[in-house]
Design a binder for this molecule. Structure first.
Ligand code: NAD
Length: 490
């Protein structure tokens, strides 16, 4: 078991203070490795390296940055197996999921932005001088310049996928980066540092500082040399970051939590809605910000729907994440397991009906090596007041609550009745209703008769307490660049 290192100036270095955190495997309790417990001094060193590398990196032709990022994408693909295994061991998710989704998507992120940057254009306004006192004919064009050093902070649920979703646009536009992966799942980020060297990225372009949120993450947010912060994580931490980065006038993007409604109308294709609802509720053990965690079902089909969902939940096989037959792995950590368990207990106390799950997976049903792991059964709960804490707080586990409605207005009020606004799903065959709800649901993305279909070119992000700003496609390129207007009199 080797200790992980920070990656600064193209080299793997120990934390300056010499302190480490344990990184346990949530499926077995075994120690995987130790993670640097970095402090502001490590962040200073990483920021200095990123600042020094910035002028040359920004000055490279976009084709050259693109070539290096495409090489990095190829190396991620070439290391699919070790990366997927490390991701599975760090997170507790099934290896099959890490292999099919997390790692290929990380390579796709690099490929997408490495090519997108070759096809961006600047705006030009051909002004004829008319209608404005003193106006003269002029060409006004807008250059987009990389902003400098970007601080990129990411969570544990899709570790490499979400971190590369930030690194790729930052580096493609010519920014350099100081990254802080989650301390709960740091291993694939550390591996990426080595792949960046192998790909030929100049030293200092990509720096990684491991450690806790308050110490390493907070130091990034407050560092005067890091002017741009892209954060994905909880709403609570996002609020802290907004509060501290705001007075420093940093540019900030916050991708935060969700409590996403999944609406099923009586005219829906019910078998398809059921299969999708089960995937939306339990994929990655419910630990995806976009999971459909609040099922809103038309009263006339509610009993049938709940019964179908329970059947699907009970059929999911929990087990060793490394076993190819496993569909449900472990929750990511002990504290997170405690949070999920506590909210289900609270649901019981509030009179909720637990249709299935609602407990730890019995140890005797798990293989020997996983008996101390944080496995929780897929859980379906109904009968709660929609305003109670369990219906309002993000649980972020394999737990879905069910409410029923009679009219479209009731459905909409329930759907919009939380502080969050990340994603919504609607199953209906009524095309007018689909479009109306597409516009009226208060969230950043609405899926009609599907879930989790992503086109990397579309703006991605949340409304209300789910975030500020948008990532993806042009939005990300705009975020990491500063517009500069040039006016040339004719
Ligand atoms: P978290 O907010 O606890 O931590 C996220 C990251 O921020 C970690 O790297 C953490 O170390 C760091 N951090 C914590 N405190 C910090 C501080 N004071 N300053 C700077 N950094 C700090 O979130 P988590 O538990 O790792 O992840 C789960 C959350 O992420 C859920 O709420 C989920 O919905 C959200 N999430 C959102 C999206 C999205 O795109 N909207 C995607 C995935 C996950």
């Amino acid at each position: 078991m080797a200790d992980l290192c920070n990656h600064i100036q193209g080299r793997n270095v120990p934390p300056l203070g010499g302190a480490y955190l344990d990184n346990p495997n949530p499926a077995t309790g075994e120690l995987i490795n130790r993670v640097p417990a970095s402090t502001a001094a490590d962040v200073d060193a990483a920021a200095a390296a990123a600042q020094a590398a910035f002028p040359d990196w920004a000055g490279l032709p976009a084709t050259e940055r693109s070539r290096l990022l495409l090489r990095l994408a190829d190396l991620v693909d070439a290391n699919l197996e070790p990366l997927a295994r490390a991701e599975s061991v760090d997170t507790g998710k099934p290896l099959t999921a890490a292999r099919a989704v997390d790692i290929p998507r990380s390579a796709a992120n690099f490929r997408y932005f490495a090519t997108a940057i070759l096809h961006t254009s600047s705006d030009l306004h051909d002004f004829d001088g008319g209608g404005i006192p003193g106006g003269v004919p002029a060409l006004n064009y807008t250059l987009r310049k990389p902003r400098g050093v970007a601080g990129l902070i990411s969570p544990w649920n899709l570790p490499l996928y979400l971190l590369t979703w930030k690194i790729a646009p930052a580096l493609a536009t010519g920014c350099t980066a100081v990254c802080k992966p989650s301390e709960v799942t740091p291993t694939t980020a550390a591996m990426l540092g080595d792949l960046a060297v192998e790909a030929g990225l100049p030293p200092g372009v990509l720096n990684l500082v491991h450690g806790t949120g308050p110490d390493a993450g907070g130091a990034i947010v407050q560092h005067p040399g890091i002017g741009t912060i892209s954060f994905t994580g909880s709403t609570r931490v996002g609020q802290w970051i907004g509060g501290h980065a705001g007075p420093l006038l940093k540019r900030v993007s916050l991708e935060l939590g969700g409590k996403n409604p999944f609406l099923v109308f009586a005219d829906a294709d019910l078998p398809k809605a059921l299969d999708t609802a089960a995937r939306a509720a339990f994929s990655n053990q419910g630990q995806i910000c976009l999971c459909g965690s609040r099922l809103l079902v038309h009263r006339s089909v509610a009993d049938e729907f709940v019964a179908g969902l329970v059947t699907r939940a009970q059929a999911l096989r929990s087990g060793d994440p490394l076993d190819p037959a496993t569909q449900q792995g472990a929750l990511s950590s002990g504290p997170h397991f405690e949070k999920v368990s506590r909210l289900v207990e609270q649901a019981r106390e509030l009179g909720g009906r637990v249709h299935c799950g609602g407990r730890r997976v019995p140890a005797e049903s798990l293989p020997e090596r996983c008996r101390r792991g944080y496995f929780y059964e897929p859980t379906v709960i109904s009968g709660l007041d929609p305003r109670c804490a369990v219906e309002q707080e993000e649980i972020f586990g394999p737990v879905v609550t069910v409410q029923t409605f009679e009219t479209d207005e009731e459905a909409l009020a329930l759907a919009n009745g939380t502080a969050y606004g990340l994603a919504g799903t609607v199953f209906t065959r009524d095309v007018t209703r689909a479009h109306r709800l597409g516009a009226q649901l208060e969230c950043g993305i609405v899926w009609i008769n599907c879930w989790m279909v992503r086109d990397l070119r579309t703006p991605f992000g949340g409304a209300k307490a789910s975030g500020v700003g948008r990532e993806g496609g042009l939005e990300a390129i705009r975020f990491f660049t500063e517009p500069k207007n040039v006016c040339l009199a004719l």
